[in-house]
Write a protein that binds this ligand. Structure first.
Ligand code: 26Q
Length: 849
C-alpha cells in the first residue's frame, strides 16, 4: 500500500536507527526553507501572526493576542521538526510505544517549548522590542490542567522524557473541555469553579480530522455466518460517537525530535444527527447529540476511583477504543492487515487501570474486525499491553458493575467473561480444589450486583505489572496482588517514578540552574546524575553563600505570591515549610496542622527559647464530594486566621493556605521551599513525585518511610533527612490494638492541642464545625494513625528547626540534597521502562536547518 503523501519507505535496521551508531536517518528535505531562529525573524513572524493570522492592530493587540502570536511563531518553528520526526519513525519502520492515560497534567507549554527548542533568548528579546516581558506573556497561558495530581503530572513528565530520549512514543489522552476545577477559598471553605481552559483558544494544538475514529456504545452482540461459513460476532444497533484527534507537539530537549500527544475530542456522528432530526424529535436529537459530546466535556476531579459513574466508563472506553483503532490504522497503512509481527512492533503502557478496557477492546478489534482467532488475538494482546499501578489503597481499586458494563459495552463484556473463564481454568489447574482462591482471583467479583475488577483484568491481560517505587512494588507483590504474584512472578516489576529536570529545575529555578551550570556544566539537563559533581562544592563557604542567596531570592518571589494570593506576610528569614498536594486523609495534612497548633501553643505559653521562625504553606484541592478533606481545608484556614492575627505570635509563625494549587504554582513554590512535608501514613503513598521536585531544588525532607521517600533518604543519606513515624509493618501490627485516646492521654503536648481544638479556639463564631475532625482523630479510631505518629513528628520537626539555626550546616544539607537527586529524573525512569518493558530503539530525526 503506497501513500503519495509519504516518502518512499526505506528499511532501516534497529542498529542504524539507534542513535549511538551515529548515523542519522536521511529524511526527505522540507520543501520550504527553514524558518529563521534569530530575533529578527521571530519578531517579524510574531508581528505577522498578530496582523494577519489574528487580524489585530496596535490598538486591539491585548497581551493575550501577543501571547497567541508568539506561540504561533514558536509552533511554526517546531513544525518541520515534528514532521521530520514522524518521517524518521516511518522510514525506520521502528517498534513504537504508546502511553494511554486518562490524564495529562501539562501545565503551561510556552516556557518549556522555548527551553527545549532553544529560543528563550531570541523570544525574550523580540518581546522586549514589542514592549513586553517574557513573564507578562508566559502568564497569559492557562495551565492545561487535564489531570488530578501525581498520576497526571507523571504522564506529562514521561512524554517530555520520551521526546528527549528520542523514543518513538505517542501519548494518547482525552481533550477535556474543562480541566481540573479552579479552587477558590471563600470564608475558609473550598469553592469549585469550572476551568474553561480553552476559552481563549489553544494555539498549540492541531486538529486532525483525517484521523477521526468511530467509537461504539450500546446495542448488542449478534452471531452471524460470514462469506466463508465461519460463525462470527458483530456488535450491532450501536450509538456511535466520533473521536477527533487534536495533536500537541512534544519537543525533546534540543535534539530535533518532536513527538505527539494525541488528545481525542468527542462529537456526535452526522448520520445520527440526520436520523434523529428528520424523525422530527428535535429535543431528543439535541439531547442525544449532547450526550455524545459529553464524553470529553469534563475531567473527573477525584483522585481515587469513584465507583459507578457511567460517563467515566464511557470516557475510558472512548480513549481506549479510539487510540487502539488509530494504532491499528497506522499498522495497516504501513504493513497491511497482517498481524504476525504486530506485537513485535507495538507496545502500550496503561497508566493505572483507567484505560484497562483496552485489553478486551484490542481482542474485539482483532477478532471481530480483522478475523483473528481467540488464541492469536490473545497472544498479541498480552504481548502488547503493560500495566502500571499507582495505588495501594484497596478501596481505590476500580470496579464496574456488570449490568452497567452490559448496557454500555455488551460485546466488550462478552470478551471479559471469556477472558475470565479461561483464566479461572488456569487458576484451577494451578491450585486444584482451591475454590476460595478462584473466587478471590476472579475478574468478576460475585455479589448481589457482580462487578468487573479492573486491576485483575489488567494483570491477566498484560505482560508487565509495575509499581512506582520500590516499597510500593514490594507491597503489591506481597499484599494487594499476592495471588497473582504467586502465579506469574515474572510479570511483576518496579519502576521508581521520576520528574523532568527541564521543567522542575531548568525552567522553574533559573537562578539555581545558572549557578549549577556555571559550577559543573550544563550536562545535568540530560543527565541528572551529574548533579553529584556539586558534592565537593558543599564544602565551599562561598558556594554555600551563593546557594543561600539564591534560595532567599526565590523565597522573596514566593512571598510576593503568598502576599498577593493569601494576604499573608511570609518573613524571609523564616523556615519555609511546605505541604502541597491533593488533600487526602492518608497524606495527613492534619498531622501538619496539629504541629502548627502545637507551635502556636508553645508561643502562647512562652516556650520560645531557641525559636526558629517558620512560615508554613499548605495547598491542594479536595475532591468535591470528599467532605472530610474539604473540612481539613477549612480547618487549616481557620488556624491560619488565628495564628496570623495573634499579636503574641508576630513573625515567629505564619500559616497560609494558597488557593488553586496547580502546576504553574508549583513552579514558583518548589524553588523557594526549604522543608518538604512528605508525611503520609507508611504504606499508603505509592510514590509521591512532589517530594522529588523539592529535593532537586534543595529542600530537606521531613518524611515517613513511605513511597519514594525511602529511596530519597537512601540517596541523600540519613543525616540529611528528617525521618519519623511508624513503618508499614509497625502500623499494621499496631492497628488491632490501637486506641488514639490512650496516645492522647499519654502525650501532654498532643493533649493540649486536642483541648485547644475542642475548646473552639479556631472556630469561635462557627460552633461545632470541627467536630468531625476531632471525631476522626479520636472516637472513630484515627484510621490514618495521626496521633500514633504525632510525638515522633514533633521531634523530627524540632531537629529540623535546630538545624536551621545553623545556616552553614543547613545549606550543606540542602546542596547535598540537590547533588544526590539524580536518580529522580524521569529520564532514568523512562530508560528503565524502555530497557525492561518497551524495548524501543532510539530514532534520530535529521535536524532541520
Ligand atoms: C478513577 C476512576 C474514577 C474516577 C477517578 C479515578 C481516578 C483518577 C485519578 C483515580 C486515581 C487518580 C489519580 C491517582 C494518582 O494521582 N496517584 C498518584 O500517582 C503518583 C504517580 O505514580 C504517585 O506518585 C502517588 O503516590 C499516587 O497517589
Amino acid at each position: 500500500m503506497s501513500d503519495p503523501s509519504k516518502p518512499a519507505k526505506k528499511k532501516v535496521s534497529a542498529r542504524q536507527a539507534t542513535a549511538g551508531s551515529a548515523k542519522p536517518l536521511a529524511v526527505t528535505a522540507p520543501t520550504l526553507a527553514p524558518l529563521g531562529m534569530d530575533t529578527d525573524a521571530l519578531l517579524s513572524d510574531i508581528q505577522r501572526h498578530l496582523a494577519y493570522t489574528l487580524g489585530r492592530d496596535r490598538h486591539t493587540a491585548a497581551t493575550r493576542y501577543r501571547y497567541t502570536a508568539t506561540v504561533l511563531a514558536v509552533r511554526d518553528r517546531m513544525m518541520e521538526r515534528w514532521k521530520a520526526t514522524h518521517a524518521a519513525y516511518y522510514q525506520a519502520d521502528c517498534r513504537r510505544g504508546y502511553y494511554l492515560s486518562l490524564e495529562y497534567l501539562m501545565g503551561r507549554t510556552l516556557g518549556n517549548a522555548l527551553l527545549n527548542v532553544e529560543l528563550e533568548q531570541q523570544t525574550s528579546e523580540a518581546l522586549r522590542q514589542l514592549g513586553l516581558t517574557m513573564e507578562d506573556v508566559v502568564e497569559e497561558e492557562a495551565d492545561a490542567g487535564l489531570g488530578n495530581g501525581g498520576l497526571g503530572r507523571l504522564a506529562a513528565c514521561f512524554v517530555d522524557s520520551c521526546a528527549t530520549l528520542q523514543l518513538p512514543v505517542t501519548g494518547y489522552g482525552i481533550r477535556y473541555d474543562y480541566g481540573m476545577f479552579i479552587q477558590k477559598i471563600k470564608d475558609g471553605f473550598q469553592v469549585e469553579e469550572p476551568d474553561h481552559w480553552l476559552a481563549y483558544s489553544m494555539p498549540w494544538e492541531l486538529e486532525r480530522r483525517e484521523y477521526i475514529q468511530r467509537v461504539k456504545f450500546g446495542g448488542e452482540s449478534e452471531f452471524y455466518e460470514d462469506e466463508q461459513g465461519d460463525v462470527r460476532v458483530r456488535w450491532v444497533d450501536t450509538k456511535d460517537v466520533l473521536a477527533i484527534p487534536h495533536d500537541v507537539p512534544i519537543p525533546g530537549y534540543r535534539n530535533g525530535t518532536v513527538n505527539t500527544l494525541r488528545l481525542w475530542r468527542a462529537t456526535a456522528t452526522e448520520e445520527f444527527d440526520l436520523a434523529e432530526f428528520n424523525a422530527g424529535d428535535y429535543t431528543a436529537a439535541v439531547r442525544a447529540k449532547s450526550a455524545a459530546e459529553n464524553i470529553s466535556q469534563v475531567l473527573y476531579p477525584n483522585d481515587k476511583s469513584e465507583n459507578g459513574k457511567e460517563l467515566r466508563l464511557r470516557q475510558q472506553y472512548f480513549l481506549a477504543s479510539a487510540s487502539l483503532q488509530d494504532i491499528l490504522r497506522r499498522w495497516i497503512k504501513e504493513h497491511g492487515a497482517d498481524f504476525t509481527t504486530f506485537a513485535d512492533k507495538n507496545v502500550m503502557q496503561l497508566n493505572d487501570t483507567h484505560p484497562t478496557v483496552a485489553v478486551p477492546e484490542l481482542m474485539r478489534l482483532l477478532m471481530d474486525d480483522y478475523r483473528l482467532g481467540w488464541d492469536d488475538a490473545w497472544a498479541i494482546t498480552t504481548k502488547c499491553l503493560a500495566y502500571t499501578n499507582h495505588t495501594l489503597l484497596p478501596e481505590a481499586l476500580e470496579k464496574w458493575s456488570v449490568p452497567l458494563f452490559k448496557s454500555l459495552l455488551p460485546r466488550v463484556l462478552d470478551i471479559i467473561f471469556e477472558i475470565n473463564a479461561r483464566f479461572m481454568r488456569q487458576v484451577a489447574y494451578r491450585w486444584p480444589g482451591d475454590g476460595a482462591r478462584q473466587a478471590r482471583m476472579s475478574i468478576i467479583e460475585e455479589g448481589p450486583v457482580p462487578h468487573v475488577r479492573m486491576a485483575y483484568l489488567a494483570i491477566v491481560g498484560t505482560f508487565s505489572v509495575n509499581g512506582v517505587a520500590e516499597l510500593h512494588s514490594r507491597l503489591l507483590q506481597e499484599d494487594l496482588f499476592k495471588d497473582f504474584h504467586a502465579l506469574w512472578p515474572q510479570k511483576f516489576n518496579n519502576k521508581t517514578n521520576g520528574v523532568t529536570q527541564r521543567r522542575w529545575l531548568g525552567l522553574c529555578n533559573p537562578r539555581l540552574s545558572a549557578a549549577i551550570t556555571e559550577t559543573i556544566g550544563a550536562g545535568w539537563a540530560t543527565d541528572l546524575s551529574q548533579l553529584k559533581k556539586l558534592l565537593p562544592h558543599a564544602k565551599d563557604a562561598a558556594f554555600r553563600k551563593r546557594w543561600r542567596e539564591i534560595k532567599r531570592a526565590n523565597k522573596a518571589e514566593l512571598a510576593a505570591v503568598i502576599k498577593h494570593d493569601c494576604g499573608v506576610d511570609f518573613p524571609l528569614d523564616a523556615l519555609f515549610d511546605v505541604q502541597v498536594k491533593r488533600i487526602h486523609e492518608y497524606k495527613r495534612q492534619l498531622l501538619n496542622a496539629l504541629h502548627v497548633i502545637h507551635l502556636y501553643d508553645r508561643i502562647k505559653r512562652g516556650d520560645t527559647k531557641n525559636w526558629t521562625k517558620r512560615a508554613v504553606l499548605f495547598g491542594g484541592k479536595a475532591a468535591p464530594g470528599y467532605a472530610i478533606a474539604k473540612l481539613i481545608i477549612k480547618f487549616i484556614n481557620n488556624i491560619a486566621a488565628v495564628v496570623n492575627t495573634d499579636p503574641d505570635v508576630g513573625d515567629l509563625l505564619k500559616v497560609a493556605f494558597v488557593p488553586n494549587y496547580r502546576v504553574s504554582l508549583m513552579e514558583k513554590i518548589c524553588p523557594a521551599t526549604e522543608l518538604s512535608e512528605q508525611i503520609s501514613t507508611a504504606g499508603k503513598e505509592a510514590s509521591g513525585t512532589g517530594n522529588m521536585k523539592f529535593m532537586i531544588n534543595g529542600a530537606l525532607t521531613i518524611g515517613t518511610l513511605d513511597g519514594a521517600n525511602i529511596e530519597i533518604r537512601e540517596e541523600v543519606g540519613d543525616e540529611h533527612f528528617f525521618l519519623f513515624g511508624n513503618t508499614t509493618e509497625q502500623i499494621e501490627k499496631l492497628r488491632p490494638r490501637y486506641k488514639p485516646q490512650t496516645v492522647i492521654d499519654g502525650d501532654a503536648a498532643l493533649k493540649r492541642v486536642i483541648q485547644l481544638i475542642k475548646s473552639g479556639h479556631f472556630n469561635q463564631v462557627e460552633p461545632g464545625i470541627f467536630d468531625d475532625i476531632l471525631g476522626t482523630l479520636t472516637s472513630w479510631g484515627d484510621y490514618w494513625m495521626v496521633c500514633a505518629d504525632f510525638a515522633d513528628y514533633v521531634k523530627a520537626q524540632e531537629r529540623a528547626a535546630q538545624l536551621y539555626q545553623d545556616q552553614e550546616r543547613w545549606t550543606t544539607s540542602s546542596i547535598i540534597n540537590t547533588a544526590t537527586s539524580g536518580k529522580f529524573s524521569a529520564d532514568r525512569t523512562i530508560e528503565e521502562y524502555n530497557r525492561g518493558i518497551w524495548k524501543l530503539d532510539r530514532v534520530v530525526a535529521l535536524p532541520v536547518s
